[in-house]
Design a protein around this ligand. Structure first.
Ligand SMILES: Nc1ncnc2c1ncn2[C@@H]1O[C@H](COP(=O)(O)OP(=O)(O)OP(=O)(O)O)[C@@H](O)[C@H]1O
Length: 602
């Protein structure tokens, strides 16, 4: 297990993969959208040429020329509009379809990783959170890539047209760059000033509310602070707005200056063309071309910068995160070359297992060696933080041991296919999830293939002792859970826990039944009654014969005592293990804790 902070893969590799992913998702729409967006750039940029021809036709006279130039101009304008519109529609359609596929792909990748380290480590979670938020946006960003290429095409064509008039006119692009840079900076500076004044704006609002609403009215009058409120509001307002107004003024001056420089260069360029050699008609045409192309140059350069910033900022970043997740999932795929046994004969063994959570200082489990015999009920006890849940997590293969191994009937758990192993696990965890579905479905999820089998759901409800909860629901198992849904019912914590238990009992024939403090919200008596049932079920034919191991984590010793084997964890190690009677006879930690709890219940 690697403990180092994750590094994102290279941009080139990631962009290549993201493009391939988009292509695989919707090849036809992607290519059509790309071609249309690029194609729309050409008539748009060539409009300047149409103006030139029109000017020449006007100067030369002649209806035919005029009609041809007018038709060309109209064709370019309509063509550009139609192509842009069609491109937009196609890109939107692509984005909608691809978003669903990309989000499912990201979710599938995440859940395909057998272990859950990436969902618990803060640095991995940060990476994944941004990816999750931007997974949908990834699809939008193909559009951004096309727009960037479209904007670059427009700039190149426009510069080409200007150079065709006079090579020196190409320099206009250099004068357009500062206008773009300044407008980017302007937005950033004004944004900063606005954020800097946010607190004072809130304060001004606060003063205003104090002076104008009823709740504070009595105290304001008694204290006679009306004038102070007015002054306070004005001061706060000034503190918020003076810096903003100053920032706006400065950026406006800058923007005017760079536009003046571009304007001067533009005028000089047009004058240069106007006074250049050539017939009056040719000069008129060239001047028109320079006016039309030069006028749009700055806009095109601006588009290029904005689109490419968006593209670089979000798209590149999201695609690098996605590549990281792909590589992470692939690296943890592991070799699963042994089958999961149909029945347990010997049981599960922890062989000298060590485990440390990433980023933690000390081990949570250290040289843990213990056997969970087939067909037994095993209780794990220990103080808070002793490592009980961690032991269960390793048993479920949510984490891999850092040292040692866990074996199932002698076979290394790491070599069993994780999905197959999990399909033979059942039970519930301390941090169960609240599925806000219909009650029957929320329970049935415990065994997806039989989620709609009401008889199986009913049996699971009975095993979990959750019949009383379902009985309170207005529509029984068809009741929508969660008060925020239409017709949904509010469910108490204890009720959620019983439903989670029922879900954990959906599977009829698990190899391992895990009960990690599943009844913390229940009173001791109910818990005791439940565990008596679990133990009886585990020892009944089918449980015992099938070699099923029931692992129970609990702080309640009255329940724990009925287990066949009790494991006491302390300081990352197994301190004691044995039956209740053996451990009581030893007079160690278990005996001490048992007596303390017994005394407190008297
Ligand atoms: N995902 C995690 N990342 C880092 N540390 C963790 C993580 N989960 C648990 N720990 C730490 O590992 C130690 C053992 O936790 P574990 O949940 O196994 O204890 P426990 O015996 O089940 O405790 P409790 O009785 O309170 O449920 C604790 O110190 C805990 O803070």
């Amino acid at each position: 297990m690697s403990d180092s902070a994750p590094e994102l893969p290279s941009s080139l590799l990631s962009v290549g993969r993201a493009l391939r992913m988009g292509f695989r998702a919707e090849p036809l729409l992607l290519v059509t959208g790309g071609v249309l967006t690029l194609a729309a750039a050409v008539p748009d940029a060539l409009l300047a040429l149409g103006f030139k021809l029109l000017a020449e036709a006007v100067a030369l006279g002649g209806g035919g020329r005029l009609v041809a130039a007018g038709a060309l101009l109209a064709g370019l304008a309509v063509g550009s509009w139609l192509l842009s519109l069609a491109g937009e529609r196609i890109n939107l359609r692509f984005a909608e379809r691809a978003a669903v596929k990309i989000e499912s792909y990201v979710a599938r990748l995440q859940s395909s990783v057998a272990t859950i380290e990436h969902q618990e480590r803060s640095d991995h979670l940060d990476l994944l959170a941004v990816l999750r938020d931007h997974a949908g946006a990834l699809s939008q960003l193909y559009r951004s890539l096309f727009s960037t290429v479209g904007a670059v095409t427009r700039v190149l064509l426009t510069v080409g047209l200007l150079v065709s008039v006079r090579p020196l006119l190409g320099l206009l692009v250099v004068f357009a760059v500062p206008t773009v840079l300044v407008s980017i900076r302007r937005a950033a500076v004004e944004n900063r000033a606005e954020q800097g004044g946010a607190q004072d704006r809130r304060m001004a609002r606060h003063w205003f509310v104090l002076g104008s609403t009823a709740p504070a009215g009595k105290e304001v009058r008694v204290a006679g602070v009306q004038r102070r409120l007015r002054d306070g509001r004005r001061e706060a307002w000034d503190r918020a707005y003076v810096p903003l107004a100053r920032a706006r003024l400065v950026s406006t001056v800058w923007q005017s200056a760079v536009w003046a420089v571009f304007g001067a260069a533009f005028v000089a360029g047009v004058a240069y063309v106007a006074t250049g050699p050539g017939s009056p008609v040719a000069v008129a045409g060239s001047v028109t071309l320079a006016l039309a192309a030069g006028g749009r140059l700055s806009q095109y350069v601006g588009q290029t910068v904005t689109e490419s910033r968006f593209f670089r900022g979000i798209w590149l970043d999201a695609s690098r995160r996605l590549t990281w997740l792909e590589e992470y999932a692939a690296a943890r795929a592991g070799a699963a070359d042994l089958p999961v046994p149909a029945r347990l004969r010997q049981g599960v063994r922890f062989e000298d297992v060590g485990f440390t959570y990433p980023g933690s200082d000390g081990p949570v489990l250290d040289h843990v060696s213990v056997s969970l015999p087939a067909g037994s009920v095993v209780a794990v006890v220990g103080e808070n933080g002793a490592g009980k849940t961690t032991l269960v997590k390793l048993l479920c293969r949510f984490y891999e041991p850092a040292s040692g191994r866990v074996t199932v009937d002698g076979a290394d758990l790491a070599r069993l296919p994780p999905e197959e192993w999990r399909s033979r696990l059942a039970g519930t965890f301390q941090d169960f999830f609240r599925f806000e579905f219909q009650a029957g479905r929320a329970i049935g999820l415990g065994d997806l293939d039989r989620a709609g089998d009401l008889a199986a759901v009913g049996r699971a409800v009975e095993r979990a002792g959750a019949g009383d909860v379902v009985a309170t629901f207005p529509d029984g198992l068809a009741t929508q859970l969660g008060g925020t849904w239409r017709g949904g019912v509010e469910v108490s914590f204890g009720q959620w826990q019983k439903l989670a238990l029922a879900r954990g009992f959906m599977r009829d024939d698990p190899l391992v039944l895990v009960l990690d403090e599943p009844t913390a919200a229940l009173d001791a008596e109910s818990e005791h009654a439940l565990f008596e049932r679990y133990a009886a079920a585990a020892r009944a034919p089918g449980g015992r014969d099938g070699g099923r191991i029931t692992v129970l984590v609990s702080h309640r010793f009255s329940t724990v005592r009925m287990a066949d084997l009790i494991i006491v964890l302390d300081g990352a190690r197994v301190l004691e293990s044995g039956t209740h009677d053996e451990l009581m006879a030893d007079g160690g930690k278990y005996a001490e804790l048992y007596r303390i709890q017994q005394a407190s219940y008297r």
